[in-house]
Design a protein around this ligand. Structure first.
Ligand code: WQD
Length: 334
């Protein structure tokens, strides 16, 4: 089938592109390259040993979306495109509302016009806000604490309304926990343009001496070792979750929410120790104050995704660390 991946040149999008193309689908990547590199297309072609179609476009330009839907008979959409920094969303909410929300509305409008009603939406565990209980299941209250999370939830609510108005829609909202790691080839990975915010890209920058040290944001949390605990999930497990959601939607109409996490929480020091052990490298760090807005622990109950989709994560922390390092080295050579 012909699949349109908005934001398909980005971290998650490019890994899903590999998984869906390997499953025999034609993937069409639509991206404005604001937070990704055009080099990714060469790497995807190398991994897939075939040419992947890339269209440089912006969801905030309805003509770009119209063109791609006129050029290809799209069967389904995987929607990744959007800004993804929680910190930036607090500083510049209007930029986030306009880019992430209006961009999505433009996309849905064009899908409606072309009668394309199968959508896999890249949502986030930030829709939950502070955990009221752990592990977090899909019934957990959704009280996001920042514009980024609020927009993700508002888009989910809009998709619920769309399904209520037209039961022909097939929608999966995938709530990612903490995606890390890279494709086995090391050719694609988490390579944010500008300053990295997330833990693993920062660890890799310190390991490669691009940054002097890692600041561990707080070691006074009520956790196993005082540092923040998160549900780190290998990006290839996450990509598999997208494939199994798509396969589920082929047989089921509705608007579904699924947590994509491992169900295990690991601390900052756990990840750090795994990275150093697997890659025999040095990552200098020190403890600093807690980061504004951070919670002490957050990890998923992934059972609904297993019951409905037959999906569960397969890879552990060590594989996440090893693959992130492999990507780092491939990138250094480029
Ligand atoms: C993980 C842990 C930090 C950096 C974010 C987004 C979320 C989702 C995933 C999009 C925390 C600690 C981090 C550093 C540190 N993205 N840390 N020093 O905040 O759990 O989630 O990414 O959907 O929306 O909020 O991920 O990687 O920023 O932090 O100590 O330099 O690492 O305190 O405990 P987070 P993170």
């Amino acid at each position: 089938m012909k699949l349109l991946l908005t934001g398909g040149m980005g971290y998650i999008g490019s890994h899903v592109a590999v998984t869906m193309a390997k499953s025999g689908h034609e993937v069409i990547l639509f991206d404005n390259l604001v937070n990704s590199s055009s080099d990714t297309i060469k790497k995807l072609n190398k991994i897939l040993d075939k040419d992947v179609y890339f269209y440089k476009g912006d969801l905030n330009n309805p003509n770009d979306i119209k063109s791609i839907f006129e050029k290809f008979k799209i069967d389904a959409v995987f929607h990744f495109a959007g800004y993804k920094s929680v910190k930036e969303s607090v500083i510049n909410p209007i930029e986030y509302y306009s880019n992430n929300m209006i961009g999505t509305i433009n996309l849905i409008n064009e899908m409606y016009k072309k009668n394309v009603k199968l959508l896999v939406f890249s949502s986030s565990a930030t829709v939950y806000g502070d955990p009221k209980y752990l592990p977090i299941d899909e019934k957990h209250p959704t009280i996001p604490k920042n514009p980024y999370g609020r927009i993700k939830l508002q888009i989910e609510d809009m998709l619920d309304d769309i399904y209520s108005s037209d039961n022909n829609w097939r929608i999966a909202c995938l709530r990612y926990f903490n995606p890390v790691g890279s494709h086995d080839s090391g050719l694609i990975g988490d390579n944010p343009t500008g300053l990295a915010n997330n833990l693993m890209p920062i660890i890799t920058k310190v390991a490669s001496k691009k940054l002097k040290k890692l600041s561990v944001f707080g070691n006074d949390y009520p956790t196993v070792d005082g540092t923040g605990v998160r549900d780190y999930i290998h990006v290839m497990d996450l990509a598999e979750g997208h494939k199994m959601s798509f396969n589920y939607l082929l047989k089921n109409k509705g608007c579904f929410k699924f947590n994509l996490g491992t169900g295990k929480g690991y601390s900052v020091l756990d990840l750090l120790k795994s990275f150093i052990k697997m890659n025999h490298c040095d990552v200098p760090y020190d403890f600093t104050f807690r980061r504004e807005g951070d919670v002490s622990e957050c990890y998923a109950d992934p059972n609904k995704a297993f019951e409905f989709l037959g999906w569960r994560s397969l890879r552990g922390l060590d594989e996440m660390s090893e693959s992130a390092w492999k990507f780092l080295h491939h990138n250094e050579k480029d």
